[in-house]
Design a protein around this ligand. Structure first.
Ligand SMILES: [Zn+2]
Length: 381
């Protein structure tokens, strides 16, 4: 009986040691996996469950073995000896239960610390980029700082605006002095794109690569901030992708026609000048990049989700890269002008389900078209 107890003890201690030894702050799945290693389960959650079950099964079996051993003792043994053995068996069971309990506590602590780590990653996304609409904040020095600065300082915190009612697009210019351009500007976006000059436009070069990203519901749209290193260039002028976001329906129209949705890819150059690439979305088959974004939609407004995967923004681009181009503005307050618009001619498909998901969050978040006011619009031949 003593040897049985010793065996049980050593088995449990070995298991406890393995658990403690794996307590490294590296991958949260590692310790969990080790705890369940005797089950060789590849799935973390199942590994946890099966480890527990395995433990319980073991305890039960050990208890049964001791009981059998006790009963098989010859009757000639003294009653006192039997009582002693029964006591030892009971102690062994109690000890096993205690160790199992201890193991459960260790496991639970590890799970909690892993969960806490995950939560802190979630609530502290790296703000290496700013809201597009907090722009133009300049990265490099020099250039037109006069109108850019007040905008970035005043926008984004408390000033409310919306797509309908009292704070709707017709009143944006009056909500705040820094929004005045929304009313008074004559280079506003979006516009109904028509009568473009058909010319040989220089191609836009897209240099996008898989990047980390974070998804935020900013109260006006779903916006995806993209890590550094994604560029477009046009005539040798380089702009870096900062973020992209969605509007439903499309804000821009082509010869009067609007589309189901549009993606705006917002880029900035070293002087803070903005270039927006618009990709029109029409109903059709599911779109991979959009699905990845929808999979990571935040549960709360202004609480970003930073997934542990990368996103290749080039997946949202259509095959044909012909485009319309004109000078316009941000389509949300403060409606800052001087924005180069590149609207791709070929729409990209998005599924009905994907449209419906965005529609649940934002049934309508498009600014009405603005006057073209004789602006030059060019389009690829
Ligand atoms: Zn937009």
């Amino acid at each position: 009986m003593r040897s049985l107890l010793a065996l049980l003890l050593s088995a449990l201690l070995a298991s406890a040691t393995a658990l403690a030894a794996s307590d490294e702050p590296t991958t949260p799945s590692k310790p969990i996996k080790q705890a369940g290693s005797k089950e060789s389960s590849a799935f973390v959650d199942e590994g946890k469950a099966s480890a527990k079950e395995g433990k319980q099964a073991k305890d039960t079996k050990e208890g049964k073995d001791s009981k059998e051993a006790k009963e098989s003792k010859p009757a000639k043994g003294a009653a006192a000896a039997r009582a002693k053995e029964a006591k030892e068996a009971q102690e062994a069971d109690e000890l096993a239960a205690k160790i199992a309990e201890k193991l459960a506590v260790i496991r639970k602590e590890k799970e909690q610390s892993a969960a806490a780590n995950a939560a802190s990653v979630r609530s502290n996304p790296k703000p290496s980029y700013k809201s597009p609409y907090a722009m133009p904040v300049k990265r490099a020095e020099g250039g037109e700082s006069s109108k850019a600065k007040p905008v970035s300082e005043t926008f984004g915190t408390t000033m409310h605006w919306s797509y309908e009612g009292e704070d709707g697009p017709l009143r944006w210019g009056k909500l705040n002095p820094t929004y005045a351009k929304c009313d008074s500007g004559d280079r506003q976006s979006p516009i109904d794109i028509r009568d473009g000059l058909r010319v040989d436009l220089n191609p836009v070069t897209y240099d996008y690569k898989p990047s980390r990203f974070s998804v935020i519901d900013n109260g006006h749209t779903i916006q995806v901030a993209v890590g550094p290193g994604n560029y477009i260039s046009l005539l040798g002028h380089i702009y870096e992708l900062v973020q992209f976001h969605f509007h439903k329906p499309s804000e821009e129209r082509i010869n009067g026609k609007s589309f189901e949705m549009v993606v705006h890819l917002v880029h900035k150059d070293g002087d803070g000048k903005v270039a927006v690439v618009a990709v029109l979305l029409e109903r059709g088959k599911a779109q991979g990049l959009i699905q990845t974004v929808w999979n990571n939609l935040p549960l709360e407004k202004n609480d970003p989700v930073q997934p542990l995967i990368t996103l290749d923004v080039s997946q949202i681009l259509p095959q044909q890269r012909e485009y319309y181009t004109y000078m316009g503005s941000l389509t949300t307050p403060p409606c800052t002008e001087g924005v180069l618009w590149i609207v791709l001619k070929q729409p990209v498909e998005i599924s009905s389900d994907q449209l419906a998901i965005f529609g649940r969050l934002y049934p309508m978040n498009a600014r009405p078209v603005q006057k073209a006011s004789g602006r030059v619009i060019k389009e690829s031949n």
